[in-house]
Design a protein around this ligand. Structure first.
Ligand SMILES: Nc1nc2c(c(=O)[nH]1)N[C@H]1C(S)=C(S)[C@@H](COP(=O)(O)O)O[C@H]1N2
Ligand SMILES: [Mo]
Length: 203
């Protein structure tokens, strides 16, 4: 039993959850805050596409219908934002990376992924972060299509990192032999963003 229990942990316990689920420096919220740089993009599904390119044998461009036709799965994860809110048990439905990997066949040199979103937003992760069974290229949250402000029509879900790695309005995945910092990482956020290690800032 720790000598010191934080107020944030007490709140998690009162809500009926194991306080061990709350990473250091976070607090629990029921609401799902909206956070992003810039404006919510307008999307026309008729002209929208999703691309996978870079270190792959078969670069891929999918229409919305083709993406929907791929096998889908559901995951339920805890979201942890670097601004310190955490939301437990958020469920997503979408396509797992393994389904796309089957089609594009990553080269052995593919070690990192840059997620590309509308308006030039990017986020970088090692490819292992997408192998995670709870990672998803998601089009539904909590049983409904994503709302525009949460990334409709498609967002990345990277469960092992602070939520800024989970690019909203996702348009493509670039596989790379080397790492490259994304949008928030260039602003000084931590490259790894492991919330258990409190990797918030890179300096
Ligand atoms: N395209 C895009 N995706 C983004 C961002 C952004 O600025 N642009 N911000 C990130 C940040 S900092 C967070 S915390 C989450 C917030 O997702 P939410 O608004 O669904 O809670 O989206 C991430 N994905
Ligand atoms: Mo964030």
């Amino acid at each position: 039993m720790p000598l010191f229990r934080s107020k944030a942990e007490d709140k998690v316990r009162d809500a009926g959850y194991d306080p061990a689920r709350l990473p250091p420096g976070q607090y629990l919220t029921d609401k799902w805050p909206v956070l992003h740089a810039g404006s919510v993009p307008r999307t026309d599904l008729a002209t929208w596409d999703f691309r996978v390119w870079g270190e792959v044998e078969e670069p891929l461009t999918l229409t919305w219908e083709q993406l929907q036709a791929l096998p889908s799965k559901d995951v339920t994860i805890d979201i942890h934002c670097v601004t310190r809110w955490s939301r437990f048990d958020t469920s997503f439905r979408g396509v797992h990376w393994s389904e796309l990997a089957r089609l594009v066949r990553p080269k052995p040199s593919a070690r990192f992924v840059v997620a590309h979103a509308e308006q030039g937003f990017t986020a970088n992760v090692p490819i292992a972060a997408l192998h995670d069974e709870h990672a998803l290229i998601a089009y539904e949250a909590d049983g409904e299509p994503l709302t525009p402000e949460h990334g409709w029509p498609l967002r990345l879900v990277v469960p092992s990192r602070y939520f800024w790695k989970s690019a909203k309005w996702l348009r493509g995945l670039e596989l790379r032999p080397t790492d490259e910092p994304g949008f928030w990482e260039r602003y000084g956020y931590h490259n790894q963003a492991d919330y258990w290690k409190e990797e918030r800032y890179g300096f």
